[in-house]
Design a protein around this ligand. Structure first.
Ligand code: SF4
Length: 539
């Protein structure tokens, strides 16, 4: 007989009732509190299937584990680049032209092993027996009772259409749902000098080459090198005929790759997809970091389709933003949304696991940033030398992080686009892990020992991690109808809570939280972070 934890016992009936009466449920429950099991238990009270949408493949495992525990049939889907027999992992799935592949058939399977292991065995079998692991996984979903997919397969309409699992008869769970305000990132299309240079090497006709050369010249006049997004209007880089020439070359390249059974990343694919996006009214074009970036907010406004279709919808996280923020950012189609907080019900407050320190002599306020960099470096040294284990430092931007870390002579791991997160697991000596607010480290690292206890003893929040005030942020807050100040503050709050969550992975963990900005003195911050009486410090 399954023994439920206190909060699961107390909330189960209420959540089932809310779902039964067609309300969307928001569940705030800390990491390690058993929310995966909880979601399956409430789901199977009402439906025959639970579909869990997660951010990364690593998050499939808890659903596999709990499905096995409940004796439910499990399956999952990874994108084509990960499942295809012939593709490298950096390929865009749209460049895999399966129609011509002789392996395009599926076989009956049941995932009896953890997802990562199962996938690697399936690929080996697929290669030997001549079937496609991707389509095999895709076909297996309709027979599973617990289905794990990544966000795009739920949130991006064209990916959602590719899977045959009726949302109507299922509880749809969106895990780590504090990420949902980032759903628009999933539709991003980018044009850079690098992709154009790559595309120039890939095309064979002179016509395509001269079109790409002309785009390259125009791009130079459109891009800005700064980190801030600047809106770019009237982007007309090619005519329809020129786009067709590039699209035809792309088609030929895709076919050639399938025939050769060696599917690699196509830069021309990125260029064509960007150019197509510029013709769609759904996309807004920005420039930042030397690139043009096309963004569609469709996943946010079309969220109502999921709300309407799903038999039940449960959004959960350990750091869920307030209801009035989520309901403005995402379109819930007017449905009732109800919030439950596991912390509140059982006094399982993750913040009781913290000793809070507030530095009153520093600030990352923009006009003072330069003069404060040395002071921040001194704080980080002080924290590093007093820490019991690794220190996670969170910075508002890459630029500021690099300015401060360049002053430090201690073991550091600095987040960058190239830095592999996996290498963190191998860190032995005490390290200052430097991450950017809401980047891949603060959202995704899990550094735990063999007993599952966190290996991060201190979290240092270097300044208030407001997102940059730029055209993208303004478009976002205007679209949602959230005043810019509130929008910035909630985003910074999510970032701080996410960073904090990296150090508390279970009920046994305890850590120090260093709020390194005097603006954290504001009552809103101290209250929202449950740090009402922090220990005030100065250098
Ligand atoms: S193995 Fe063939 S059918 Fe399967 S994803 Fe790759 S190209 Fe497509």
């Amino acid at each position: 007989m399954l023994k439920l934890r206190d909060w699961q016992e107390k909330l189960k009936g209420k959540v089932v009732e809310a779902l039964r009466s067609k309300k969307v449920v928001l569940l705030n429950a800390p990491t390690g509190s058993g929310k995966t099991l909880f979601s399956l238990l409430v789901g199977f009270e009402l439906f025959d299937r639970v579909i869990a949408a997660v951010k990364t493949h690593n998050e499939f495992f808890p659903y596999y584990r709990e499905a096995k525990r409940l004796g439910r049939r499990f399956s999952f889907l990874v994108g084509k680049p990960n499942a295809c027999l012939f593709a490298s992992k950096d390929v865009d799935s749209e460049d895999i032209k399966c129609g011509l592949c002789p392996f395009r058939r599926s076989v009956e399977i049941e995932a009896q092993l953890p997802p990562a292991e199962f996938l690697s065995q399936l690929k080996e079998r697929g290669g030997n027996e001549g079937f496609c692991p991707y389509y095999t996984l895709q076909d297996s979903l309709s027979k599973a009772e617990v289905v794990a997919i990544t966000y795009p397969y739920l949130l991006v309409p064209w990916y959602r259409a590719s899977i045959d699992v009726p949302l109507e008869e299922s509880l749809v769970v969106i895990d780590e749902a504090h990420n949902l305000d980032r759903a628009a990132d999933l539709t991003e299309r980018v044009l850079s000098q690098r992709s154009l240079e790559g595309a120039l090497r890939e095309v064979s006709s002179q016509e395509a080459r001269s079109i790409l050369e002309s785009i390259r010249k125009s791009l130079q006049g459109l891009i800005n090198q700064g980190e801030k997004y600047v809106r770019v209007t009237n982007v007309s880089l090619v005519s329809q005929d020129e786009l067709q020439v590039l699209a035809d070359e792309l088609e030929d390249l895709r076919e050639k790759m399938i025939k050769e059974r060696r599917i690699r990343r196509l830069h021309l694919g990125s260029v064509v997809k960007f150019l197509v996006a510029t013709r769609s009214p759904d996309y807004v074009i920005y420039s930042a970091e030397g690139k043009l970036i096309a963004r569609s907010f469709a996943p946010l406004s079309e969220f109502k389709e999921i709300v309407e279709k799903a038999g039940g919808l449960l959004l959960m996280s350990g750091t869920l933003p307030p209801k009035n923020y989520l309901t403005k950012v995402l379109d819930f189609g007017g449905k009732d949304v109800v919030e439950f907080n596991a912390e509140k019900y059982v006094r399982l407050r993750s913040y009781e696991a913290f000793d809070c320190y507030l530095a009153i002599d520093v600030t990352s306020k923009y006009e003072l940033r330069e003069t404060m960099a040395s002071k921040y470096a001194s704080y980080l040294l002080k924290i590093y030398y007093s820490a019991k284990s690794h220190v996670l430092a969170v910075f508002p931007s890459y630029e500021y992080m690099n300015a401060i870390t360049s002053k430090l002579k201690i073991p550091t791991y600095v987040e960058s686009e190239e830095s592999p997160v996996e290498s963190l697991a191998k860190l032995n000596e005490r390290t200052l892990i430097c991450a950017v607010s809401r980047g891949k480290l603060t959202e995704g690292i899990e550094l735990v020992d063999e007993e599952g206890r966190s290996r991060i003893s201190d979290v240092a929040v270097v300044g208030i991690p407001y997102p940059p005030v730029d055209d993208l942020t303004e478009d976002f807050s205007n679209r949602a109808g959230i005043p810019l100040h509130d929008f910035l503050r909630i985003n910074a709050w999510i970032a701080v809570r996410q960073a904090v969550g990296r150090a508390i992975r279970g009920p046994e963990d305890r850590a120090n939280l260093w709020l390194l900005d005097r603006r954290f003195e504001e009552i809103w911050w101290r209250k929202s972070l449950n740090c009402l009486n922090p220990r005030r410090v100065r250098l």
